[in-house]
Design a protein around this ligand. Structure first.
Ligand code: PLP
Length: 409
């Protein structure tokens, strides 16, 4: 008899984006001439930068030549990419991250989802709320989340991030072992300053806890007091794993490349108290269950660090940030409470007059033909908010802002 992992059966269906799509399709069927603007998507729309395409073409040619063909590569990533990461993402910030602390992968989604493989099931896990759902769902699959009651998992510790606390999570009252932090945040678009992040690093140092720091939106940081890496904070090398991705940075959502940093100064513990180097465990997991990112794609990622690559990547980020500014200012002008959009492609809007997230979603769809994402889909503390994204065209973004002027609630 085939026994299943029953934890999987506890997961509710992932309805958020399918519910959004269904409502939009129903509205479109009833109103075929409506010009719907989609500001709900969390996917980039600009094509890959020319420097990346050039590098990919060259790598494809190498693969077609017996002298330069490559078969299986190092699972942790080729030296050329790992060294480019060390130089550009860490040494440039004055941070000492070694090549063998970096693990190149196919995505921050996979890595934030798989990292729990090497962590004990008895760890108490804290997540910020609202949250990128992968952190929760993968802990449910592993059996660390308990049972779902009224939209909350019984064993998870929720750290609400709302306008009331300026979207800065407070330290938990109970002791936790693993903390997922994502800054700049999806979905709220808000950040932590160095001082605010230091509070978490100090907590982790004091409590022998692990911070899983998702930095997928690092490239959007514009403000000086927002850290680009958690390792800017003293002591973080002892407590934090950092996840980075080329997806939103360089348009790799369909190309797939990311990396994870597991410092060799970071230890977990066996039940008898013996220390275990997490870098060694992750190396074992990565080399056993993952066969490396394709050579062509790693050359593409390397090209984002070339002088032309850097310029082209920055131009795309600036484009999205400009869209974010346009949306943010347009909503502020209508007197709405708006967060994010300064160090992030996400704009988090408080629904007016206490409307629910879905009621505001319906209003924007029906009255303004604009699609957002209801905040309640990201967790209980997302209720009463709606997420808009800056990944649309400039034309659509401006058109949407023109329509915001018609908001009359
Ligand atoms: N982490 C966060 C917070 C995200 O919002 C996303 C994508 O939306 C990811 C990770 C996924 O990154 P990747 O495309 O590298 O898997």
């Amino acid at each position: 008899m085939i026994l299943v992992n029953e934890n999987y059966t506890k997961l509710p269906g992932s309805y958020l984006f399918s519910d959004v799509a269904r409502k939009v399709n129903e509205f479109k069927a009833a109103n075929p001439s409506a010009n719907i603007i989609r500001l709900g998507i969390g996917d980039v729309t600009k094509p890959l930068p020319p420097a990346v395409i050039k590098a990919m073409h060259a790598a494809v040619d190498e693969m077609g030549n017996a002298d330069t063909f490559r078969g299986y590569g190092p699972e942790q990533g080729y030296d050329f990419l790992v060294n480019a990461i060390v130089e550009n993402d860490y040494k440039a910030l004055g941070l000492d991250i070694a090549a063998d602390e970096i693990f190149v992968s196919d995505g921050a989604k996979s890595d934030t989802g798989n990292i729990g493989d090497m962590l004990g099931l008895d760890n108490i896990v804290a997540i910020t709320d609202p949250v990128y759902p992968v952190y929760i769902d993968t802990n449910v699959m592993a059996g660390r989340a308990g049972e779902l009651h009224n939209g909350k998992w019984s064993k998870l510790v929720y750290l609400p991030c709302t306008a009331e606390n300026d979207f800065v999570p407070e330290l938990p009252k109970e002791k936790v072992d693993i903390i997922y932090l994502c800054f700049p945040n999806n979905p709220t678009g808000t950040t932590l300053t160095r001082d605010q992040l230091k509070i978490w690093v100090d907590y982790a140092l004091k409590n022998k806890a692990l911070i899983l720091f998702d930095s997928a939106y690092e490239a959007f940081i514009t403000e000086n007091d927002v850290p680009h890496s958690i390792y800017e904070i003293e002591g973080a090398r002892e407590v934090a794993i950092e996840f980075r991705s080329y997806s939103k940075t360089a348009g790799f959502t369909g190309t797939r490349c990311a990396y994870t940093v597991v410092p060799k100064t970071l230890y977990g513990y066996k039940k008898d108290g013996e220390k275990v180097m997490l870098n060694q465990l992750w190396n074992r997991r990565h080399t056993t269950k993952f066969n490396g990112v394709p050579y062509i794609i790693q050359r593409a990622a390397e090209a984002t660090y070339s002088p032309e690559g850097k310029k082209e990547v920055q131009a795309a980020i600036d484009f999205y940030l400009n869209n974010a500014k346009i949306i943010r200012n347009g909503l502020l002008e209508q007197g709405l409470q708006v967060y994010g959009g300064i160090n992030s492609p996400y704009i988090w809007v408080k629904t007016p007059k206490g409307m629910t997230s879905w009621a505001f979603f319906d209003y924007l769809l029906k009255e303004l033909n604009i699609v957002g994402t209801p905040g309640s889909g990201f967790g209980p503390s997302g209720e009463g908010y709606l997420r808009l994204t800056a990944f649309g065209t400039l034309e659509n973004t401006k058109e949407a802002v023109g329509r915001f002027k018609k908001i009359s609630i």
